[in-house]
Design a protein around this ligand. Structure first.
Ligand code: SAH
Length: 186
């Protein structure tokens, strides 16, 4: 996991004028009121997700594409959805330029997941909804894990792990976090 973080050049995923700050441990603005998550949180979520080389992974909230690039080092395929079309376009361009060939970017509302490619062994959400979108739970493979920050507006968000077991769905909260809101297409 640390190898994946070490080998992805984070400075290519931040705006040019912030390049010097790319490796500081805090989030940075990427335009459209969105941020690239701080390196600690990227590492933490990646670790919680326990990705294996044969996994197909879905990410909701592509943003800069940085987290998708880290996941692509660990997984077989990464599918990532971004609701702001310009960010989706930029991220796809960056990922292509840097040669992350096993990542597919789609512009759209990630609430519905990516049914054509489901089920996924792993799903990561990098924006915080008030409740976990049911379609994402539905698109989780048996034995699958979903890592997602969840919180009511103005209330603490909790990083949450959802595991789909043979008998049902188990949820566990880990640490309090602060993510941009999960938005919906109007
Ligand atoms: N993983 C990103 C950080 C993303 S910030 C990175 O590595 O840079 C969260 C992103 O989620 C924002 O870009 C925001 O536009 C996006 N987002 C919010 N709601 C969404 C939704 N419903 N579907 C898809 N993307 C969404």
């Amino acid at each position: 996991m640390l190898d994946a973080i070490r080998t992805v050049p984070r400075h290519f995923f931040v705006p040019d004028h912030l390049e010097a700050a790319a490796y500081n441990d805090h989030p940075l603005p990427i335009g459209h009121h969105q941020t690239i998550s701080q390196p600690y949180i990227v590492a933490y979520m990646t670790e919680l997700l326990k990705v294996a080389p044969d996994h197909r992974v879905l990410e909701i909230g592509t943003g800069s594409g940085y987290q998708a690039a880290v996941l692509s080092k660990l997984a077989k395929e990464v599918y990532t959805i971004e609701i702001v079309p310009e960010l989706a376009r930029n991220a796809a361009e960056t990922l292509k330029t840097l040669g992350y060939a096993n990542v597919q970017v789609r512009a759209g509302d990630g609430y519905a997941g990516w049914p054509e490619k489901a089920p996924f062994a792993r799903i990561m959400v990098t924006a915080a909804p008030e409740r976990i979108p049911q379609p994402l739970i539905d698109q989780l493979a048996p034995g699958g894990l979903l890592v997602i920050p969840v919180g009511e507006r103005n209330d603490t968000q909790w990083m949450t792990i959802v595991e789909k077991t043979a008998t049902g769905v188990v949820q566990r909260k880990t640490i309090p976090v602060a993510f941009v809101p999960f938005t919906r297409k109007p």
